[in-house]
Design a protein around this ligand. Structure first.
Ligand code: SF4
Ligand code: FE
Length: 495
């Protein structure tokens, strides 16, 4: 692995020159800019862990392409053990950063593209797999971070890509050349984009035959000509102008992943970096496999965050003298119960994984959808319980400037104290951490990251094997199998 630790990753970003805007200004160095540096540090943790003996087994893998040791984030899952190790790794990283460390999106994209390229080649005699393996070998050897770019702007949601009044609402090929293609469009909400080395572009939806130009999968360096990134605002980001301040809550790492728009204004992609080009019938499988892998993650990375939050409110309860209350213990117990339930889902969908024809393993898609669906509820409940235990001060306390002020500092000191032997600053610090982990954007990510709740409900219904369940009921009730319910049930098909 060329990049062996967090420091080398950060240094490698300084060698790139992506065009990034934030609040109307160009960001020259993402590793130092206060808006992006915390996200860079969170992603750097994925590199740091690989160099620590304790986590090496989780954070690294053996490449099935080269036999060399690589970061797990660049690995193609070869068995169930790989799927489970990924889940364990994500939980550890969630615990260490308390935020999104971003690198899983590219990881999931790599695995989805690998399995689909194999099937496209089989059907059409193309050579996408060979190209992809060559590109992936470089990603593995150099240990690069890839942003998996799937979500298109979508324009008028009642229409598909081919029917939009503005055809650029989905990323598309605008020109085909002998040596490659030219693409145009944009991808939104791209987690970790500003601190990635490469972009892996994938379609965002199943496509019909009229949408051939939209069936494009390819890889592009983050600083290729024609690419512009616009980094998104986050709640409370003004506080980050003073990163060293307690008010930030979590000074080293971001509150969420750090998302950006990636715009492609006629970007040339050479043939060797194209892994699907017009095979519309495979776009749906690609989206679905990517989504399943990413949905499996959420019971792991978010559980890591919930572990931190549970620790934070438990400590706060101790230092403000409420820890012994039976209702506090009960709420903490419920937080743990919900976290572990989510983790069970992530482990379960991995343990039930199956090989795809390419040999790459895919999680159980039904259980992965159930996992993510539960995150959209349980994470909110965990945050609600945390807010309940912590008390209102996490949303209303004065800033560190007031704590330090000659005029009012003594008042903050006096009225924000807890049990006497604990410095008031400590209570404020832990309160700010809880604020950062429960307020606003982290919740939005749990709700909509890896697909909004309705996306999982559609798949859960589709994979619900209703026909089989109807059969079971009929058999027990002594109803003969005929007509409706004998074959496929309405809407709820078999796998
Ligand atoms: Fe990884 Fe979780 Fe962030 Fe997705 S939300 S990129 S799974 S840490
Ligand atoms: Fe996410």
């Amino acid at each position: 692995m060329k990049l062996r630790n967090g420091a080398e990753y950060i240094e490698s970003l300084r060698q790139l020159h992506p065009r990034i805007y934030y609040k109307g200004q160009m960001i020259e160095d993402v590793t130092r800019h206060p808006a992006t540096a915390p996200h860079v540090r969170a992603a750097a943790m994925t590199y740091a862990l690989a160099s620590k003996a304790k986590f090496k087994d989780l954070a690294t893998a053996t490449s099935h392409l080269t036999g060399r040791t690589i970061s797990r984030f660049t690995h193609i899952h070869q068995n169930i053990e790989d799927l489970i190790k990924k889940i364990k790794l994500l939980r550890v990283l969630g615990q260490k950063t308390g935020t999104c460390f971003q690198r899983c999106v590219g990881f999931d994209g790599i695995n989805a593209v690998y399995s689909v390229a194999y099937e496209v080649d089989k059907k059409y005699g193309t050579d996408y797999m060979e190209r992809f393996k060559q590109w992936l070998t470089r990603i593995q050897d150099e240990n690069l971070m890839v942003v998996g770019a799937m979500t298109d702007p979508k324009g008028d949601r009642s229409k598909g890509p081919a029917d939009q009044s503005d055809p650029d609402q989905y990323v598309r090929v605008v020109e085909r050349r002998e040596d490659g293609v030219v693409i145009r469009g944009a991808k939104l909400h791209m987690t970790g984009a500003v601190n990635s080395h490469e972009i892996l572009i994938m379609p965002t939806t199943a496509l019909d035959e009229r949408s051939r130009d939209y069936a494009i999968v390819c890889a592009i360096p983050i600083d290729a000509p024609g690419i512009t990134l616009i980094f998104g605002r986050q709640a409370g980001d003004d506080r980050r102008d003073h990163l060293e301040r307690i008010d930030v809550g979590k000074p080293r790492f971001g509150v969420v992943g750090g998302e950006a728009v990636i715009a492609f204004e006629d970007v040339f992609v050479p043939n060797e970096r194209i892994f699907m080009n017009g095979e519309t019938d495979y776009a749906g499988s690609l989206v679905y496999r990517f989504a399943a892998h990413h949905r499996a993650n959420y019971g792991a990375c978010k559980t890591g965050l919930m572990d931190v939050l549970t620790g934070a409110v438990s400590y706060l309860a101790q230092i403000q003298g409420t820890a012994k209350g039976s209702h506090i213990r009960d709420k903490v117990t419920e937080m743990i119960h919900l976290s572990e339930t989510l983790y069970s889902s992530s482990i379960a969908c991995s343990a039930e994984g199956q090989p795809t024809p390419s040999g790459a393993y895919l999680v159980d898609t039904m259980l992965a959808n159930v996992c993510k669906q539960n995150v959209t509820r349980f994470h909110f409940e965990v945050a609600r319980l945390a807010t309940d235990i912590a008390g209102g001060f996490i949303a209303t306390m004065p800033s560190e400037y007031d704590l330090e002020s000659e005029a009012v500092g003594h008042l903050v000191e006096k009225y924000f104290s807890g049990v006497s032997e604990i410095p008031v600053k400590e209570r404020i610090k832990i309160g700010r951490l809880i604020e950062a982990m429960t307020g606003g954007t982290a919740m939005v990510e749990s709700m909509h990251g890896a697909g909004s709740p309705q996306a999982q409900r559609i798949m859960i219904f589709r994979e619900g094997r209703l026909a089989e369940k109807i059969k079971l009921a009929k058999a027990l009730a002594g109803i003969p199998g005929r007509g409706k319910g004998k074959g496929k049930a309405a809407g709820g098909g078999n796998k």
